[in-house]
Structure formats: structure tokens, C-alpha cells
Design a protein around this ligand. Structure first.
Ligand code: SAM
Length: 189
């Protein structure tokens, strides 16, 4: 067990103006991040939303594709991907679930397409080396909307650099998660 987890955060995230909002879960994000997390053998993937009705939607997606739902019969490999997915109401609840399992709270890794003034970034190779060392587990936070809020990023143990910083930095969270988890994955050979 690597002790590595990911979270798709729907609150607290920013809107275009920088205000804190809650975004809606999209089916595509849940499936894609579950498949990417499974591909890189993460120990779990959390869908985070404080909205009960949204958690029910996510649970319905999970039920359809696992726990004997119709999707499981048709696409069993999707069941494998979603098997490690859990729906929680907050980043804190995800951290508590990880702490229960590992006996230590996870260190949080923030991601963003933007640089935050005054917040140092840890290069991907340095982060990958630190995260590969034995110790407390890690939780990589991916945002939605216009990204994770400043307090959530400032409260993290590490902030990763933007992927390909430039004047256009709006990868989908699906694409960003795949690139980032690949860069954090221990290099074979
Ligand atoms: N403008 C937003 C920001 O500054 O993060 C990008 C929002 S994007 C739809 C949602 C999430 O995808 C971000 O919270 C981040 O986790 C990830 N993301 C998107 N583009 C990224 C990039 N270039 N580098 C790192 N993460 C990125």
C-alpha cells in the first residue's frame, strides 16, 4: 500500500471572480479520475462535496458500476476502477478516512493552474521523491470550477507547479490529474 490518495474537490473551489463556490459533480470526472487513480495504483480516490443530493448522485453512479449494478456486468474493468472510490462531504472527512486506515493523517498536496503569490511550489521530481519515502500517507487535491481556493492551497503541505505554465492554463481536471499522477509515479527502471 503506497499510502497515496487523490480527491476531486467540489468545495471549496473558486468561481471566475475568485469567490468560493460549490460545483456540481460530473459523471465524466468521477469515471475518469477513478480510472486514472487505478491506473497509477492509488490506494483510494475521494469525491468531495458537502451537498447531500450530489453525494447521492455520486453514490448512484458508483452503485450502477459496482455493487452488482448493471454496469458491472457489462464493463467489469470499470468496476475495478471505481472499487477504490469513496464519496465524502469534505477534504477533512477524506483525511480522517485515510488516517483511520494508516494510523496517520495524510500530508496534503495541492495542484493549481495558477501560481499563488507567496506560496512556494515543489517541483514534480522533488515531490515524487518525497512522496516515495516511507512515512505518513499523501492526499493529492484536484479542484473543479476555477480551481482550489487559496486557503485550501495555503494549508497544504506541498503545492505542485502548474503543468506547462503559460498564458493558457485551463486543462480539464481529468487531463491534469493524469499528467500529474504520472509525474508523481515512481519511474520504472
Ligand atoms: N484555473 C484553474 C486553476 O487555477 O486551478 C483550473 C481549473 S481546472 C478546470 C480544475 C483543476 O484541474 C485545478 O484545480 C487543478 O487541480 C487542475 N488543473 C487544471 N489545469 C492545471 C494545470 N495547468 N496545472 C496543474 N493543475 C491543473
Amino acid at each position: 500500500v503506497r499510502g497515496l490518495y487523490a480527491a476531486l474537490v467540489h468545495h471549496p473551489v473558486r468561481d471566475r471572480s475568485g469567490a468560493t463556490i460549490t460545483t456540481a459533480i460530473t459523471n465524466l470526472d468521477v469515471h475518469d479520475l477513478a480510472r486514472t487513480s487505478r491506473t497509477f495504483d492509488l490506494d483510494g480516490f475521494f469525491v468531495v462535496t458537502p451537498v447531500l443530493a450530489q453525494r447521492q448522485i455520486a453514490e448512484a453512479i458508483l452503485h450502477h458500476w459496482r455493487d452488482g449494478g448493471p454496469g458491472q456486468a457489462r464493463v467489469p474493468e470499470r468496476t475495478v476502477a471505481l472499487a477504490r472510490c469513496a464519496v465524502v462531504d469534505s477534504v477533512e472527512e477524506a483525511c480522517a478516512a485515510i488516517a483511520d486506515r494508516h494510523g496517520a493523517a495524510p500530508r496534503r498536496v495541492a495542484t493549481a493552474a495558477r501560481a499563488l503569490p507567496g506560496v512556494a511550489v515543489t517541483p514534480f521530481d522533488q515531490a515524487a521523491r518525497r512522496m516515495a519515502e516511507p512515512g505518513a500517507p499523501w492526499l493529492v487535491l484536484f479542484g473543479t470550477g476555477h480551481g482550489l481556493t487559496d486557503p485550501l492551497i495555503e494549508g497544504a503541505d506541498l503545492l505542485l507547479p502548474p503543468v506547462r505554465p503559460g498564458d493558457y492554463n485551463h486543462l480539464s481536471v481529468r487531463a491534469a490529474a493524469a499528467i500529474i499522477l504520472d509525474r508523481l509515479h515512481p519511474r520504472e527502471g
